[in-house]
Ligand binder design. Structure first.
Ligand SMILES: NC(=O)c1ccc[n+]([C@@H]2O[C@H](COP(=O)([O-])OP(=O)(O)OC[C@H]3O[C@@H](n4cnc5c(N)ncnc54)[C@H](O)[C@@H]3O)[C@@H](O)[C@H]2O)c1
Length: 259
């Protein structure tokens, strides 16, 4: 009998996490490190990068950090170069960074054009740039995992951040098309759609009523979604256990949207 349990292992895998300095990305970074992975934390917020790396190292994990703007090609190339130099490989890219909590919730007609453009630059151009930068390394390795963080807003059509919702729907189309283009190189590309999740920034940027009990009344599992609820699926999509899954979008929202 084959024992396939080691296919779930993330031991010594190099995992690059964008937006890993704060919020849900920080939880991914900490948990990957606890699972034995070597973690590169990339975030536009320099003190947050440092804090996450310090926390991981204090817990006995292996991590390095780099301040990065994923919307900027040179910054992204530097991020990927530093990861390769530090760890020698890039096995997993978690495209988690996005503009979300800093965006005011307002009617679509009031969104300034420059804010629309910045959201697309970070949430979609950033995704393209990060994938483009890791691709040669993953192709040479003959394997790689890319996990793109979308949002369950795309199932609900949640209003009041139209640019954000549009960008997160774009993440799904991007995931599907890229999966077809890189599958031949042993690279898997999948997406995750988190429901409303109680990251520090989500709580800080939302009215109490928005994140209160009414926000989960229509879930099958009626409780608040926490960052750790997302860790399992992101790790699964990063491990060899999901080697035959690509181009897919997995919804994690306590059974609100059924996709
Ligand atoms: N919290 C939720 O309710 C929720 C729901 C659905 C999807 N998501 C998605 O999950 C991910 C994490 O969410 P979160 O709640 O932790 O959000 P967050 O706003 O706390 O985290 C986003 C991170 O990305 C970083 N970032 C922003 N712009 C960047 C840039 N240009 N370059 C590099 N880093 C940049 C921020 O500094 C921050 O650390 C995001 O992609 C978000 O859209 C969150």
């Amino acid at each position: 009998m084959n024992n396939d349990n080691d296919r779930f292992s993330l031991q010594d895998r190099t995992v690059l996490i964008t937006g890993g300095g704060k919020g849900i990305g920080k939880v991914y970074a900490e948990q990957f490190a606890l699972a034995g992975a070597r973690v590169m934390v990339a975030d536009i917020d320099a003190p947050a990068v440092e804090a996450t790396v310090t926390a991981i190292e204090a817990a006995g994990g292996t991590a390095s950090g780099i301040t990065t703007d994923i919307a900027d090609p040179q910054s992204v190339d530097a991020m990927v170069g530093a990861t390769k130099e530090r760890f020698g490989s890039i096995d997993v890219l978690v495209n988690n960074a996005s503009l979300m909590s800093s965006l005011p919730r307002r009617p679509w007609i009031e969104i300034p054009v420059d804010e629309w453009d910045r959201v697309m630059a970070v949430n979609l151009r950033g995704l393209f740039l990060c994938c483009r930068a890791v691709f040669p390394i993953m192709r040479e390795q003959g394997r790689g995992k890319i996990v793109n963080i979308s949002s369950s807003r795309i199932w609900d059509g949640t209003p009041n951040r139209l640019h954000y919702t549009t960008s997160k729907a774009g993440v799904v189309g991007f995931t599907r098309a890229l999966a077809r283009e890189v599958g031949a190189f042993g690279i898997n590309v999948n997406a995750v759609t988190p429901g409303l999740t109680m990251s520090d920034s989500q709580i800080a940027s939302s009215a109490a009523s928005y994140v209160g009990e009414s926000s989960f009344a229509d879930r099958s599992i009626r409780r608040a979604q926490m960052p750790r609820d997302l860790v399992g699926v992101v790790m699964f999509l990063s491990s060899a256990a999901s080697d035959f899954i690509t181009g897919q979008t997995i919804n994690v929202d306590g059974g609100k949207a059924m996709h």
